[in-house]
Design a binder for this molecule. Sequence first.
Ligand code: Q46
Ligand code: ZN
Length: 316
Amino acid sequence: MKCKKCGKKASIHMRQHKLPLCRDDFLAWIPQQTQRFIDHYEMFDHTDRILVAVSGGKDSLALWDVLVNLGYQADGLFIGLGIEGERNYSAESLAFCRAFAQARDLHLMVFDVLEQEGASIAQAAQLTRRGREKPCSVCGLTKRHVMNRMGLENGYTVLATGHNLDDEAAVLFNNTLHWQVGYLQRQGPVLDGRPGFIRKVKPFIRFYERETAAYALLQGIEYIYDECPFSEGATSIYHKETLNRLEADRPGAKLSFYLNFLRAKDSMHFLAEQERSDLLNACSQCGQPTSAPGKCAYCRTWEQVRIQIEEGKPPA
Ligand code: Q46
Ligand code: ZN
């Protein structure tokens, strides 16, 4: 197959766009498209200070690479979750982020949960009611809290994450299966900032996972191949497989599923949910917004962890 731009041998074929491209044209296409999405969804401009949440994986590092190459002011934030597994997942992920930042002379902030809060994510999960089996609930709430706090406290105007279309379509599928109206309301390429919340954007939202992987590979970005050991058996992976089967028969199915949702969302209004989510208090401990009357879920969870440790229940 030949590159649609230059006629050379194609390296990748984006079937949903009927677009085969050679290496060089593909490496130019990704940043061009990213810029298009940034403009289309009015994500940010060159005056914004962007904090990119990096995990050491292909999507977030590729995103950081593209934003910097497009001339944006983008720093990185790595959250050390203290997840070990066979290959010491968190330490290895951090090493990839550090190497990436150093090679390009970029600023990387690190928030280590064990150092800051006295327990790793897995330990915290065991010490609280949240997820004795899987730490994903504590993990998710901690990541959201830390990203928001680090962004706001350090003067960033935008938080960017590397979610791709496969991630987003799987979340949409799950939200739709359960008709999670509140989540559907908030799902999208941009979540506007408001008092206590940083603006959140997902510039890679319209790229398939294989495209961000191809970009990282062809651009020579070194990243961690392993997934978090706790992601095994996750429903999101099951949903991704289901959507991939659909995509295999109908190229573009995933993209149109997502884009049609965005269009429908513009015309439907989940107003009641919107109003409810506007009723937020400031957490009595950390001051971040919360729908709970006293302390936010982050403060309550980590307080529980500290009490358990003080009572002499050392983390496993
Ligand atoms: S939530 Fe769960 Fe992920 Fe946290 S514990 Fe691992 S799999 S990293 S996206
Ligand atoms: Zn709090």
